[in-house]
Design a protein around this ligand. Structure first.
Ligand code: AMP
Length: 205
């Protein structure tokens, strides 16, 4: 059983790295942002609750995000483990998480702010989906993909996520800081070798 948390600012490749990890290890990629986006797209009650907050680049309440994570992990479809992407995002969430679950490592994707901006701008121009890499329909850009929302997210990330990493370290968790600047395959190999996992063999694996 392999249980990981992956953390990194927007554009650091959390989703991509999680998918690559999950692709051949049989572990489940759980993206809290994807769960919220699904609810927004399906117009569920939860979706209408979180839509505005997400569009502003702010965090959904700890209560709501905590219960989403609890419910998702309670499904127990992760016999071989999970990589949790997007949670915890602040100290309160981290405390809740550490009380209820144990993990093997925290994967921290490290990317300078200047590179974050460059990637987000490039993505806007290429109109490629942040999550699946597919084309984005011009009339439907990600609602939270605005300059203001990006500024908020980067600021929030530094203010809230740094202390989360400190807390994990204090609790004796293995925090693995990875340079997220190289291409996705190089980053993935770095993660795997440092976690003692089999090498990534690419799409065909
Ligand atoms: P992400 O795809 O991880 O960037 O998440 C997209 C948005 O979902 C964030 O900007 C938040 O509004 C919301 N969100 C995702 N994870 C959390 C969380 N752990 N706590 C609060 N809000 C979250």
């Amino acid at each position: 059983m392999r249980k990981y948390v992956i953390m990194g600012v927007q554009g650091s490749g959390k989703g991509t790295q999680s998918e690559m990890l999950a692709s051949d290890l049989g572990i489940v990629h759980i993206s809290v942002g994807d769960i919220f986006r699904w609810h927004v797209a399906q117009h569920t009650r939860l979706g209408s609750q979180v839509r505005r907050v997400m569009a502003g680049g702010e965090l959904v309440s700890d209560e709501v995000s905590g219960s989403v994570v609890r419910e998702r992990l309670a499904q127990h479809d992760w016999n071989y483990g999970f990589v949790l992407d997007g949670f915890p995002r602040n100290v309160a969430q981290a405390r809740f998480f550490l009380e209820s679950y144990d993990i093997d490592a925290v994967i921290h994707l490290d990317l300078p702010d200047s590179e974050v901006r460059r990637r987000v701008e490039q993505r806007r121009r290429s109109a490629q989906c942040d999550n699946c890499g597919g084309p984005v329909v011009a009339s439907q850009p990600r609602e939270d993909d605005t300059e203001d929302a990006l500024v908020v997210r980067i600021r929030d990330y530094h203010a809230k996520t740094g202390p989360v990493l400190d807390l994990f370290r204090q609790k004796g968790e293995y925090v693995l800081t990875v340079d997220a600047r190289p291409g996705p395959e190089i980053v993935q190999q770095d993660i795997r070798s440092r976690l003692g996992l089999p090498a990534y063999k690419g799409e065909a694996a």
